[in-house]
Design a protein around this ligand. Sequence first.
Ligand code: UT7
Length: 335
Amino acid sequence: MEQRRAAITAIGHFLPEERLTNADLEKLVDTSDEWIRTRTGIRERRILRDPDKATSYMASKAAKELLQKRNLDPSEIDLVIVATVTPDMFFPATACIVAAEIGAVNAWAYDISAACSGFLFALSTGTRFIESGKHEKVLVIGADKMSTIVDYSDRTTCVLFGDGAACALLEPDSSGHGIMDSIEHSDGSQWSSLCMLGGGSLNPSSPVTLEKKWHYLHQEGQPVFKAAVKGMADVAADLVERNGLTGDDIRYLVPHQANLRIIDATARRMGITMEKVMLNIERYGNTTAATIPLCLADWESELRRGDNIVLAAFGGGFTWGASWLRWAYDGTSAA
Ligand code: UT7
C-alpha cells in the first residue's frame, strides 16, 4: 500500500464578469495596449466593482461551485484555508467568514499571507493535515480583490492586477497520486520591493498614510522581475531534478501568472515547451493568490489521472516555491 498523500480531488472558481481591458487603461493612464501586451502578456483582467462585495464573496462563490460539483455536504469539511493579501479586514480571518458563508460548520479556518505564493503555501499546509491523518477534507482557497489596493493612476502597477478566486479540495489518497513533493522558500530581506506600507502596526492608518498613498500596493518592477525569474525557475528545476523527472515527464507546468516573460524563462529552464504551460494571464492578469488554482480550473477538463503537474510561484515577501502533483482524477468528473 502506498503512503497516505493529499490529493486534489475537485476544483472550483469564481471570476467577476466586468472586464478591464488594455483599451480601458489607456484612458486612465499614459500606457498602450502594445506596451502592456509585449511587456506582460496581459490583454484584460476581471474587476469586482461592487464595493459591498469583498474577497470573501469571491472565495465563497468558488467554494460553493466546488461543493456543488462534488455534491458535497459542507459540514464534512474539516479545515478552510484562505490565501490572500486582500482579506475583507485585518481580522477576523476571511477564511472564518467564508466557512460560515458556505456552511462549513465543523471546520476551523484561518488565512495565510504569502502574496503570490499564497496558494502554494496554503496547499503545502493543507497537505500536512491530510498526510498526518488529522483531516479528511481540507479546502484550500486562493482569492484576491486586487482592485482594492491598486492605484489606478500608477501605470507601473495598475495594468498588472485583476480580481478572482479559485479553490481546491484536498483528500487522502493511497494509490500513489496527489502532492508528491514540494519546496518552499522565503527571504524577507527585500520585503520593501513589493509591499503595501500603510495600515499595519508599522504605519497605522492616518491622514499621512493616506496622503502618501501607502494603502496601495507598491512594486519595484525590475528587482522583483529579476528575483522572480531566478526564484521561480530555480525552485521548479530543483524540484523536478530531485525527483528524477525531466521535461518529457511533465504534462503541465502551472506557473504563477505575473508576467509572460517570467513564465517563459521558467519553462525554458525546465526544458518544457510552451504548449505544456497553463497560461491565462492574457485574460485575467495577475490575481495574486488565485492565479494557480484559476489555471487548474480552466484546464481541469483536460487533466487525466496520473498526469505530472508542476506548480510554481514567486511573490512578495519574497516568497517562492514549487509543488509536484500526480493528478488524481479524470476531467471534471470529480463526484
Ligand atoms: O506577482 C508577484 C511578483 N511580481 C512580478 O513578478 C512582477 C515583476 N515585474 C515585472 O513583471 C516587470 O518589471 C513590469 C511588467 C512590472 C515592468 O516591466 P519592465 O520591462 O521591467 O519595465 P520597467 O519597469 O523597466 O520600465 C520600462 C519603461 C519605463 O520608462 P522609462 O524610464 O524607460 O522611460 C517605465 O516608466 O516602461 C515605463 N512603463 C510603462 N510604459 C507604458 C512602466 N509601466 C508602463 C506602462 N505603460 N504601463
